[in-house]
Design a protein around this ligand. Structure first.
Ligand code: IMP
Ligand code: MG
Length: 197
């Protein structure tokens, strides 16, 4: 899978003044998602897939990825209680509300924006396993492998990225920047402003 590289002293981003640099461009995201569609077809054959998207972060990625999947799909969303103070994970993630689809005997593909400490996806896979699916796989757009606190690997990964706090294409800082079309590194002086707490 591609590794997104950080360019030291990258020139100021033309996309948004709050970004230090662009890590993954809109074009690179599109290209990789098309390839992920092919990888999904190879994994699942003609099986129906039940997609479970972790919202809000995975909304944009999921919307684009499912349009690259030709299999029949069912779509549901799951929300996790925030367990982070903006950029760092604090306690334990917890599921908010319920899934509306029955997952028993279904091939479940859990989609999230980014795999960081691994706490969110390892907890969600355990929750879904209890619902007796036929299979559970995970797909993330980004993977910060160097930050893992629990052992976890996703089945499908868009890009490996370094340990930088990134925003855009669904990823937020205090709910901002989700609408940026690319993935960028947020300027460090903006990462903990008291007025956003
Ligand atoms: P984990 O439980 O530590 O693996 O974290 C996964 C969740 O943390 C993701 O779904 C994101 O919401 C959030 N997260 C982790 N790193 C970043 C980042 O660099 N930018 C924005 N959100 C992040
Ligand atoms: Mg998230």
């Amino acid at each position: 899978m591609p590794t997104a590289k950080l360019v030291a002293n990258a020139s100021p981003s033309p996309i948004h003044p709050d970004l230090d640099s662009i890590l993954v461009s809109e074009g690179e995201i599109k290209k990789r998602i098309r390839k992920l569609g092919v990888e999904i077809a190879e994994l699942y054959g003609n099986e129906e897939i039940t997609i479970v998207a972790v919202v809000n972060g995975a909304i944009l990625f999921t919307a684009d990825l499912i349009r690259q999947i030709e299999n029949p799909i069912r779509l549901d969303c799951i929300r996790i209680s925030s367990y982070r103070n903006e950029t760092r994970s604090l306690g334990k993630p917890q599921v908010l509300g319920h899934l509306s689809l029955d997952l028993a005997n279904r091939h479940v593909l859990l989609i999230d924006d980014i795999l960081d400490t691994g706490k969110t996806l390892s907890m969600l896979v355990a929750v879904i396993q209890k619902m007796h699916p036929a299979s559970v796989r995970t797909c993330v757009l980004l993977d910060k492998r160097g930050r893992r606190e629990v052992e976890f690997e996703a089945d499908l990964v868009g890009f490996q990225i370094p340990d930088k706090f990134v925003v855009g294409y669904g990823l937020d800082f205090a709910e901002r920047y989700r609408n940026l079309p690319c993935i960028g590194v947020l300027k460090s002086h903006l990462q903990n402003p008291p007025e956003w707490a």
